[in-house]
Design a protein around this ligand. Structure first.
Ligand SMILES: *[C@@H]1O[C@H](CO)[C@@H](O)[C@H](O)[C@H]1NC(C)=O
Ligand SMILES: *[C@@H]1O[C@H](CO)[C@@H](O)[C@H](O)[C@H]1NC(C)=O
Length: 464
């Protein structure tokens, strides 16, 4: 009897194994792929539309994306959504995307897994829309330019979309900021029309097909990179939110060569220093007040604040225009009404609802640190952030503090404007602490008063 059971057990394990294997990548095929890469800014945005088909016998619950390791290093964001419904009634449902490891991935390719809403059954197709964003992916060449030269950069990619699947048909479109495209790799068929390059259509490419291309083109977009940004958000239950932002700004474009001529810069702004920037736009929340902007030297008065009911815009002008390789460090501070950002959750805890990211437009932040300073006496802080961040706690002392304030510190690398979305910090607070500061003040006054009285008494007693 045992002898009979064993083969069936082996058969069972074998079928289980084959089930595991078959539910992985190989049964999916990409029927059609279209990629649109936008190189008009210094942040590279790629939109991918994939029509996937399950050619296997079992249902598939995830679809994998592959990236070359050099590109994966610079990935700031990968988002996916599923297109539901026919052409006119089409709606999009966001999908979860997670980094994942695939065994025997060639040449160190990095993978992400898109979790489908409903498993894709055998023979079915689905349309997925993917957005991925790269930073520090345009290399200035020449590396150094003079004030009168325009900035040229290299962009490297593959004419074929890297994929763990067989791709039946694919086309890539690459958009440059201007028609000044110096050179580009030709991979038949390649066409150029105005500012756009078209690679493909290419038919029937096996998994992990790759065909390197280099595009050399003009890009005078300000390459604004904040090497480090520390945003301190201090909550005072007395009615305001105080924000202090310290920037270490850097122009990551081609380095400036030779001397800077302000005369030439001001007299011929259209040809002189075209890749430099002299204004920066910070988008702040509405109802902002007590705005200041200062650098190492002191307050900078050349900033303009425009406010309406939905937003405030602060245009700041550093003391000198920023050329490639130049740095500027400065601090922006402002106050906000507390009732716009602090709420009470149904379970009685309080929470701050504030925007993550950096207020400067179209800027890359290499390292962002957000410090949320809670009122004295706050307990059990916890953050809800829609993407992974590092966190830890600190204590800060300011005037009149007895036990110090709990500071929740959030850290994230490679931050782009798409990360400017709300996050929350929940905490418990005992209102008795609201009395701590006034009590300290009154007792201080009382002590002072008694001291005065005692002094006067002493004084009188001596005179006697
Ligand atoms: C700079 O501006 C801040 C805020 O407006 C102000 O409190 C401070 O006194 C100013 N400092 C100088 C040196 O003008
Ligand atoms: C946070 O604020 C945003 C708008 O600024 C709002 O859409 C969102 O629902 C708020 N989140 C919470 C948890 O209150």
């Amino acid at each position: 009897m045992e002898a009979l059971q064993r083969p069936s057990l082996v058969l069972f394990i074998f079928s289980l194994l084959s089930l595991l294997v078959s539910s992985s990548s190989s049964d999916i095929q990409i029927v059609n792929a279209e990629r649109r890469i936008d190189l008009t800014s210094h942040i590279v945005r790629a939109f991918l539309t994939l029509k996937v088909e399950n050619k296997g016998t079992s249902a598939a619950s995830e679809v994998f994306l592959a990236f070359p390791p050099t590109e994966a290093e610079h990935l700031a964001l990968v988002k996916a959504q599923a297109a539901v419904g026919k052409k006119k009634r089409r709606t999009y449902v966001p999908l979860d995307v997670k980094p994942t490891e695939l065994p025997d991935a060639p040449n160190g390719a990095k993978h992400f897994s898109i979790i489908l809403l409903n498993p894709l059954s055998s023979g079915e197709t689905a349309t997925l829309e993917v957005l991925y964003i790269l930073t520090h992916s345009l290399e200035p060449f020449p590396k150094e330019i003079s004030q009168s030269e325009s900035q040229l950069v290299y962009y490297r990619d593959s004419a074929l979309i890297l994929s763990p699947y067989h791709v039946k048909q694919q086309t890539s479109f690459i958009k440059a900021p201007s028609t000044k495209v110096e050179s580009f790799t030709n991979v038949e068929p390649t066409n150029r029309a105005g500012t756009e390059l078209k690679y493909g259509p290419y038919e029937d490419r096996p998994p992990y097909s790759y065909s390197p291309i280099i595009i050399h083109f003009e890009n005078n977009h300000p390459f604004a990179v904040v090497e480090e940004l520390i945003r301190e958000v201090e909550i005072s239950h007395w009615g305001s939110l105080q924000i202090t932002e310290s920037y270490k700004l850097f122009h990551a474009g081609a380095r400036h060569k030779g001397v800077f001529s302000r005369v030439e810069y001001q007299s011929r702004p259209s040809v002189s220093g075209v890749s430099s920037f002299k204004h920066l736009l910070a988008r702040l929340p509405p109802r902002v007040h007590s705005v200041y902007y200062r650098d190492e030297i002191g307050n900078v008065s050349s900033s303009h604040l425009r406010t309406d009911s939905r937003k405030s815009e602060l245009e700041i002008e550093p003391r000198y225009p920023l050329f490639g390789g130049w740095k500027s460090t400065f601090v922006i501070g402002y106050g906000l009404p507390l009732q716009d950002f602090l709420f009470e959750s149904p379970d009685g805890r309080r929470y701050l609802n504030f925007t993550f990211g950096c207020p400067l437009a179209e800027t890359v932040v290499d390292k962002l640190i957000i410090k949320v300073v809670l009122p004295e006496g706050s307990k059990d802080p916890s953050a809800v952030v829609p993407f992974p961040v590092e966190q830890h706690l600190e204590v800060k002392y300011s005037y009149l503090d007895v036990v110090g304030r709990t500071v929740l510190v959030l850290e994230k690398k490679n931050v782009i404007p798409d990360h400017n979305i709300p996050f929350q910090v929940y905490y418990t607070f005992n209102p008795i602490f609201m009395l701590a500061e006034p009590l300290m003040l009154t007792s201080a006054f009382f002590l002072f008063f008694t001291a005065c009285v005692a002094y006067l008494h002493m004084d009188l007693s001596i005179r006697k």
